[in-house]
Design a protein around this ligand. Structure first.
Ligand SMILES: NC(=O)c1ccc[n+]([C@@H]2O[C@H](COP(=O)([O-])OP(=O)(O)OC[C@H]3O[C@@H](n4cnc5c(N)ncnc54)[C@H](OP(=O)(O)O)[C@@H]3O)[C@@H](O)[C@H]2O)c1
Length: 285
């Protein structure tokens, strides 16, 4: 087991964040777990019984940076930041026009929240001589499916931000890991929780966007391709701790997780092949 370190995990109340917190607690780390509101749930009670320290952290709030700075002061250091909190918005780009606010909201939580959190921990990690930032992206940060343009836009933004950031903070021994999960059976698609779905307007009925959104809503996609959030959490903690499957190999910047992501990476290889075929044109300007 590696030495205990202080982990700050956002969106730890359920889903992947809950599972990562549990694995990291069992690995002996000190977990400062972010949640919204004061609602008591079995997951919150379970993490508490394992020793998690709960803080109120709404990633939409302007206070993210000051809350994280306070955590650093209280614990003396933050070794690992896991930007996990996030949610999905479904709906065609045209239909989303009826709810521009829903796009701004998801950008605030999925992009601005992690950016604010990174900005708060980087000086702490720099001064302590290192650390690890884990940003939970998605297969939708690598390619975009029809019907989820708003969500894809947030994860592509997170990818761009993180890739650039990783090179900036590497000289300070701060590692950056971008996690690329495919579908997992969490509450992610549950519109009674945080997920938002904008109803399809008539012209889009029966189109590819409709098919994808209906399959997502019915849970078919998760059933066909879904990976285990428990095992995903194990891989993420192993990647940070350099234990288990990562005992003798380095993760690098991106950690692909799940069958769906792997299939999409193969698709990306096709894109690389296409770019190679157009190389003469690319080099013609
Ligand atoms: N499940 C998938 O298929 C999948 C695939 C690829 C990537 N991901 C990514 O994995 C991450 C975790 O998602 P999940 O699958 O675990 O979904 P989930 O089960 O719906 O959990 C989402 C978590 O994010 C928190 N959250 C939402 N809005 C927040 C806000 N404004 N401030 C703070 N916390 C907030 C929720 O807290 P509350 O309990 O307070 O709502 C909850 O803890 C997300 O970044 C998601 O984009 C998921």
């Amino acid at each position: 087991m590696s030495a205990p370190s202080v982990w700050l995990i956002t969106g730890a109340s359920r889903g992947l964040g809950f599972e990562i917190s549990k694995v990291a607690l069992k690995a002996g780390h000190i977990i400062v777990a972010g949640r919204r509101g004061s609602k008591q749930t079995p997951q919150i009670a379970e993490l508490e019984s394992l020793g998690a320290i709960w803080i109120y952290l709404d990633m939409k709030s302007n206070d993210v940076e000051s809350i994280i700075s306070k955590v650093a002061q209280e614990h003396g250091h933050i070794d690992v930041l896991v930007n996990n909190a996030g949610y999905g918005v479904g709906g065609t780009a045209e239909d989303l026009r009826t709810s521009i606010q829903s796009i701004l909201d998801v950008i605030e939580v999925n992009v601005m929240g992690p950016i604010r959190a990174c900005r708060a921990v980087i000086p702490v990690m720099r001064q302590q001589g290192g650390g690890t930032i884990v940003n939970i992206s998605s297969v939708s940060g690598i390619i975009s499916f029809p019907g989820v343009s708003a969500y894809s836009c947030t994860k592509h933004a997170l990818e761009g931000f993180t890739e650039s950031l990783s090179k900036e903070i590497e000289p300070f021994k701060i590692r950056t890991i971008l996690v690329e999960p495919g579908s997992m059976p969490t509450d992610f698609l549950d519109t009674t929780q945080t997920a938002v779905t904008i109803p399809r307007s008539e012209p889009y009925r029966g189109t590819i966007a409709d098919v994808v959104l209906s399959a997502a809503a019915s849970g078919e996609l998760v059933k066909a391709h879904g990976g285990s959030p428990v095992l995903a959490a194990a891989r993420i903690v192993e990647a940070v701790d350099r234990t288990g499957v990562f005992a003798d190999r380095d993760v690098g910047l991106r950690l692909p997780l799940g069958k769906e992501t792997q299939e999409m990476i193969n698709w990306a290889k096709d894109f690389a092949k296409q770019a190679e075929e157009l190389q003469d044109i690319a080099l013609s300007i």
